[in-house]
Design a protein around this ligand. Structure first.
Ligand SMILES: [Zn+2]
Length: 262
């Protein structure tokens, strides 16, 4: 049972069949890992905390503690050039670790949220520890090498991975669930198409990366609420043109010779 306060706080999304009370409990009990706290991660985190991810359940007499947790991973500090698109930060945060700055902002939304910080950059050496016991992972990095490493670890551990990226006036996304064994992984994708580099080389408009983050947060919430019955697509690569308002998607088949997922 949700408490009266929880019903009031989440009332708008509880009306959705894709969430409902059971889904809300699942969202609160999930362990979500966000890797990269820039234009994607800092925005997605705000929506996830708002929706009840990592919400502590101290007020619930029948379930005094929840397992839910939000893990934030980044070794970077807030720079003035981030404020154009990383909407959770402001001038008060300049020079501060993004993990600390974001946690303080998220706790203004829900002071009881269970937020864990890993103030270092993810790499192939620490990723296994970082994603341990995760319900799902959001790849919010802007680096192809790190993204490949995250993909490899998530595929191996069969942890659902939600990837998004943006550059110029376009954004891209794909949900990968190797437990289903149906679609290809990020390694398969980069063998098919040329992927974007980062926003330093390509340029980026703030709201465009915000669209990608909102898509990512939407997919994650729908997944957390209903898991295997979630109304989302796995293995479909989305490419959106924000200027023209066009979105295309195609199913990514596994590559027969993929060294990661096959
Ligand atoms: Zn693959």
């Amino acid at each position: 049972m949700l408490t009266h306060q929880e019903i009031k706080r989440y009332s708008r999304q509880l009306l959705l069949d894709d969430i409902d009370e059971e889904g809300q409990r699942n969202i609160a009990n999930a362990h979500v890992v966000i890797i990269g706290l820039g234009g994607l991660g800092s925005v997605a985190a705000r929506y996830l905390i708002g929706a009840g991810v990592a919400a502590q359940c101290k007020a619930r007499a029948t379930a005094p503690s929840c397992e839910g947790k939000l893990t934030l991973v980044d070794g970077d500090t807030v720079d003035v050039s981030n404020l154009q698109r990383q909407t959770s930060y402001n001038e008060m945060h300049l020079g501060e670790l993004k993990t600390n700055a974001l946690k303080s902002e998220l706790q203004k939304v829900n002071p009881h949220a269970n937020i864990e910080l890993k103030s270092r950059f993810a790499d192939s050496k620490n990723l296994h520890t970082i994603i341990q016991n995760a319900t799902c992972v959001l790849d919010c990095t802007d680096n192809v090498t790190v993204r490949k490493a995250i993909n490899k670890v998530c595929v191996s551990a069969k942890v659902p991975l939600f990837i998004a990226s943006a550059s110029g006036l376009t954004w891209q996304a794909i949900n990968i669930n190797s437990a289903l064994n149906e679609s290809g992984c990020y390694h398969c994708l980069v063998s098919h198409i040329k992927v974007n580099e980062n926003c330093i080389s390509q340029g980026i408009l703030g709201p465009v990366v915000g669209m990608a983050a909102c898509h990512q947060a939407t997919q994650v919430l729908l997944y957390l609420a209903k898991k295997a019955h979630a109304n989302i697509k796995w293995g479909h690569y989305i490419h959106a043109d924000a200027a023209q308002g066009k979105m295309q998607s195609f199913f990514l088949p596994p590559s027969a010779n993929c060294e990661v997922c096959q």
